[in-house]
Every structure is written in C-alpha cells, then in structure tokens.
Design a protein around this ligand. Structure first.
Ligand code: SF4
Length: 92
C-alpha cells in the first residue's frame, strides 16, 4: 500500500515548540535541545530537513495521522510533499 506523502519537512524558523505534533504522532516527532521539532529517522538520527517519509522511524506511516499532526501545528511549520515534490500541505 502506497503512501500519499513521500517527503516531510519541519521549518525550524516557524516551529515554536508547541509540541502538538508530538502529541499526535510521538513515533515520528520529538523536540530537540533547542525546543524545535525533529523527525525521528530509522537509524536513530534526527533531522528537521526535508526527508523521505520511508526513512522515518516507524514501520509504516499513517497518512491520516501525519496530516493530523501537520494540521495540529499552530504555526503550520510541518510541510508534506508528494512523490514529484509538490507541496500537499499546507495547501496553497
Ligand atoms: S506542532 Fe509545530 S510548533 Fe509545535 S513542535 Fe510541532 S512543528 Fe513545532
């Protein structure tokens, strides 16, 4: 089963450390020492950079939950992209 979202990014300049994303999807997001959200990667690394969904620390990513996490962010700091790199969230 394919995922709609292929890439994800956290804009660290926008992130205010509200941790809503972590409340929704703690397997994927956590706060770093600067109180900015980072993505948990399979090999134990963490990054806020644009990353492939498939490298995230979970076995399979729940698209609905990921979108919910992005939507929960008060500053819309979480970006979701399709296979061809076009931005699916936030829309327009
Ligand atoms: S919900 Fe947004 S502001 Fe809060 S930690 Fe996550 S990315 Fe940062």
């Amino acid at each position: 089963m394919g995922n709609l979202y292929k890439y994800i990014k956290v804009d660290r300049d926008l992130c205010i450390g509200a941790a809503s994303c972590i409340a929704v999807y703690p397997e994927i997001f956590e706060l770093d020492e600067e109180n900015k959200a980072v993505l948990k990667i399979k090999d134990g690394a963490k990054t806020s950079d644009k990353s492939e969904i498939k490298v995230l620390s979970v076995e399979s990513v729940d698209d609905d939950k990921l979108l919910l996490a992005a939507q929960s962010c008060p500053t819309a700091a979480i970006y979701l992209y399709s296979e061809d790199g076009s931005q699916l969230y936030p829309e327009g």
